[in-house]
Design a protein around this ligand. Structure first.
Ligand code: GDP
Length: 377
């Protein structure tokens, strides 16, 4: 819901009042996201010329040419769960793959209210002004469960959405974190093929989604607040260990000094933690997403990171291992789904679980029995 946010100080004065069309509407609910295609001919809705079925080549050429409408439709195809669409999406991706990888992938996390949306807008507008093409994606598994997203409605980024060089895509609803991740990763590749050279991936500071986003980005940024203990902020030490930089937001007004004190404090603590990236020292910085102060500094830190880690070979090595990890995480997801959906496994589980909790069957034997039942199909 658009809030009563005041116009931030970094907003260019010439900004008009209309919303641009670069905020995409996410696929909602459990349908396959391709209803318009799939139901053609069965609804009374007249398919306009733009809604004709696109071929693999139409998708590929459209994305490579930077056609926004086709980019949006390709992402919708990638997000679809329908088998036919998954196959077509994979064919499209295969052709796009040689054109991917030429971007800086930045993950951004922090608890709700820390200022992620405001920060991403400020950074996004700043980067567009510098001549970058910026895609903003979100990974928010909560939206699948609650239908209400913790990350909220990205149409809030009204200033960034007016930038012709920005593209904002809300979190897909995938049912599972694995589903959401597959879609977000593939969307990231599609955006890269379409010429976006900065990908900002937002996630929320709760649960497993941070580990997942860490595994798909080059640089991981943790937004924090001063004046609240880590516990209050819901930030676990594990999350700090994933970060390539801590950024204390809202360093403005009365809060500025406190933010600077927090920065010193965190820098001291960071000395004792292993860095998230080999050859890089994680440090704390301050910024104000509201005034824009510190936005240029954090971007120069990210650029420095890319240069340092590229020269050391760490950047490319991480990308390679991320791709392989992704392959195996999909294999694991698939195996898990098949195991739990197996009819015989489902039949026997209640009995085995009962025996385990009542102490008649050791856990190891129970696991062996279940796997044997699955493998003997
Ligand atoms: P998110 O939930 O992490 O996406 O946080 P939002 O971007 O929605 O920001 C939460 C609230 O904090 C909003 O009312 C923002 O206007 C405010 N806010 C965000 N950044 C700053 C900042 O740098 N300074 C101040 N004073 N307020 C901020």
């Amino acid at each position: 819901m658009p809030d009563e946010k005041q116009r931030p100080e970094w907003v260019p004065a010439e900004g008009g009042d209309e919303y641009a069309s670069s905020v995409m509407k996410g696929v909602q609910g459990g349908h396959d996201g391709m209803r318009d295609h799939a139901s053609r001919g069965t609804t009374s809705r007249k398919p306009g010329p733009r809604r004709r079925q696109l071929s693999v080549d139409d998708h590929v050429q459209g994305v490579l040419n930077g056609d926004r409408t086709i980019l949006a439709r390709t992402i919708t195809l990638v997000e679809s769960n329908a088998q036919g669409h998954i196959e077509m999406a994979q064919e499209v991706l295969k052709h796009l793959l040689p054109h991917t990888g030429h971007s800086i992938r930045v993950g951004i996390t922090g608890v709700p209210g820390v200022g992620k949306s405001t920060f991403i807008e400020a950074l996004g507008v700043y980067l567009c002004k510098q001549g970058h093409k910026v895609a903003v994606l979100a990974v928010d598994p909560s939206s699948s469960i609650t239908r209400g997203s913790i990350l909220g409605d990205k149409t809030r980024m009204e200033y960034l959405s007016r930038e012709p060089a920005a593209f904002i895509r809300p979190s897909p609803t995938g049912g599972t974190l694995g589903g959401v991740t597959r879609k977000s990763r593939e969307t990231m590749l599609v955006c890269e093929a379409s010429g976006f050279d900065v990908i900002l991936v937002e996630t929320v500071g709760v649960g497993q989604s941070e580990v997942t986003v860490r595994s798909m980005v080059d640089f991981f940024l943790l937004l924090m607040l001063s004046g609240a203990g880590d516990e209050l902020q819901g930030i676990k030490k594990g999350v700090i260990e994933l970060a390539d930089a801590l950024l204390i937001n809202k360093a403005d007004g009365d809060n500025k000094l406190r933010a600077q004190a927090a920065r010193t404090e965190y820098n001291r603590a960071l000395h004792y933690l292993a860095p998230a990236t080999e050859g890089w020292r994680t440090r704390a910085y301050t910024c104000s997403a509201a005034t824009g102060e510190g936005i240029d500094k954090i971007w120069s830190v990210i650029e420095d990171f890319c240069q340092t880690t590229s020269e050391a070979g760490v950047f490319a090595a991480r990308r390679r291992s991320q791709t392989l990890e992704w392959v195996y995480s999909m294999v694991e997801d698939h195996l898990k789904t098949r195991f739990y959906q197996d009819t015989r496994v489902r039949e026997i589980r209640p009995q085995i679980e009962k025996d385990v909790v009542e102490g008649h069957l050791p856990a190891t034997i129970a696991a062996q029995d279940l796997l044997k039942i699955y493998e003997d199909r």
